[in-house]
Design a protein around this ligand. Structure first.
Ligand code: NAD
Length: 497
């Protein structure tokens, strides 16, 4: 049987393109290829960009009220039919259905925020900046923008960007991950149903060739990228060199600092949720617990007893955690358990060979807990992106913060304590972009902006919130004087008053 082929979405319709290349799409809980996705060639990339470029002038000039009405409709359709999208996500990513619904809801919040574009796009006006001279500014769209997204949030991450970009009058080309591309096509169909004109939202399926096409084409004005750090850095440098504005969000290694006065039951619950939710394939997952002694032994006990209650299996059944996205990724994550043992860490719970409620061929790896992880080990220094939780024991708050600040990433972090002074010091001293205080996954709500520091974000603008509108618009400032016969004359200096 030939696997079905996931096409592009160009000019308001499915488009199978002209490329003879394709990539497998797996159902991770079944452990088999269920579809293939087309990988664009140069002609497909050209067709996608040309369509988005042609749609831009009319979309940019459509009234705010009419644009807003379309986005409201998209929100209503999404809200009503998000169950369909969740099933698609689970079948290609593997996360459990409730988690897939959760990511859609977080994306929907950005759609709701984008409806406020009538307010966010207001300019400013200063009357009589100089006598008879007015100065005012407007925000105009950038043009065609590219959104390049990772596998782990096939709906939410694209929605961090495209609702705001579209609301601001841009046209968008989404290049989703080739591992789970169908969510993007489903959202494109929904836009059409909501009344979005053809060409305003395009899905270009592909790999490096498509990304390079977007990064180098002069008709593309801005790039929003989310993915691993090496690719984020490449995208930032290449796009910037080609004159685009680029925001490139990279990888992470998020620490949870636990002070001795913390509520250890809350910490243990939070560590389980943030370490093993979505099988640890979240950029805001907690991957390292930094335990300030003497809490570590008690904490390990509490975490282990909770790990015993977790059910692992097919995300369509009522399990806590699903499989990893591919066999290759599962094997890579599992290899860190051997590295940890070689480096002298203590494997407290080994997730290999666990019992699952699902097909034996699925890409399974159970929750894994590793204690006494040396900070020189790759298990500590590298992003693992799986259900592997490390514990590093430190003697003091200062040692813990120094450790966190010495890392290459700066996406998210959390402190658990009942001491307000310590929490306040932490939020001031820690060099990370998003901070949780007794909150393990501090993902900002849509009207704030999402993004890390250091190797977790290249560029100076975060996703969504006010920064999203700034990124997808350019400010234009006018200085005007309407002729008045009583003013004039020659003056070679700057106007003074
Ligand atoms: P990835 O870097 O492999 O892929 C991301 C995108 O880049 C995909 O669309 C992919 O097709 C494309 N790509 C892959 N190789 C490329 C190349 N050589 N040249 C150009 N483009 C290329 O990332 P992934 O495995 O899909 O996602 C997981 C990563 O994303 C993790 O590192 C995770 O931390 C990160 N992530 C970060 C955030 C954040 O907000 N900082 C959010 C989600 C995921």
């Amino acid at each position: 049987m030939t696997a079905s082929l996931v096409p592009h979405w160009i000019n308001g319709a499915h488009d199978h393109g002209t490329s003879d290349r394709s990539a497998p799409v797996f159902d991770p809980a079944l452990g088999k290829e269920t579809k293939r996705v087309v990988l664009a060639n140069a002609a497909d990339i050209e067709k996608a960009i040309a369509s988005a470029h042609a749609a831009y002038p009319a979309w940019r000039d459509l009234s705010l009220a009419r644009r807003q009405a379309i986005i409201f409709t998209f929100r209503e359709l999404l809200n009503r039919r998000k169950g369909e999208l969740a099933e698609i996500i689970t079948s290609e990513h593997g996360k459990v259905l409730s988690d897939a619904l959760g990511e859609i809801s977080r994306g929907q919040e950005v759609v709701e925020f984008a409806c406020a574009m009538t307010h966010m796009l207001k300019g400013s006006f200063s009357e009589n900046a100089s006598t008879g001279v007015d100065v005012y500014s407007t925000r105009q769209p950038v043009g065609v923008v590219g959104v390049i997204s990772p596998f782990n949030f096939p709906a939410m991450v694209p929605m961090w960007f495209f609702p705001i970009a579209i609301a601001a009058g841009n046209t968008v080309i989404l290049k989703p991950s080739e591992k789970d591309p169908t969510a993007a096509i489903w959202m494109a169909e929904l836009w059409k149903e909501a009344g979005l004109p053809d060409g305003v939202f395009t899905v270009l399926n592909g790999d490096k060739e498509s990304v390079d096409g977007l990064l180098t084409d002069p008709r593309v004005g801005a790039i929003s990228f989310v993915g691993s750090t090496p690719i984020a850095q490449y995208v930032y440098e290449t796009g910037s060199r080609h004159g685009k504005r680029v925001q490139a969000l990279g990888g992470a290694k998020n620490h949870m600092l636990v002070l001795p006065d913390a509520d250890l039951d809350l910490v243990a619950d939070s560590a389980i949720n943030a370490g093993f939710g979505s099988a640890g394939e979240r950029c805001m997952a907690i991957s390292v617990i930094v335990a300030v002694e003497p809490v570590a032994d008690t904490l390990v006990e509490k975490i282990v007893s909770r790990m015993k209650t977790l059910t692992i299996g097919d995300g369509r059944r009522s399990c806590d955690m699903g499989p990893l996205v591919t066999e290759v990724h599962r094997d890579k994550v599992a290899s860190y358990i051997d590295i940890a043992a070689q480096d002298g860490a203590t494997i407290v719970v080994d997730g290999r060979g666990i019992e699952v409620d699902g097909d034996p061929n699925g890409y399974w790896l159970g929750p894994t807990l590793i204690d006494n992880v040396p900070t020189t080990s790759k298990v500590y220094t590298e992003e693992i992106f799986g259900p592997v939780l490390s514990i590093v024991r430190v003697k003091s708050y200062d040692e813990g913060v120094e450790l966190i600040n010495s890392g290459a990433f700066g996406n998210g972090t959390a402190i658990f304590t009942n001491d307000g002074g310590a929490a306040r010091r932490f939020q001031n001293e820690v060099e990370v972009g998003m901070i949780g205080i007794n909150v393990p996954i501090p993902v900002p709500v849509a009207y704030y902006s999402f993004g890390g520091w250091k190797n977790s974000l290249f560029g100076d603008t975060k996703a969504h919130g006010a920064q999203g509108f700034n990124f997808f618009t350019r400010e234009k400032t006018m200085t005007s004087r309407w002729l008045d016969p009583s003013h004039g004359g020659i003056n070679l200096g700057f106007p003074q008053n």
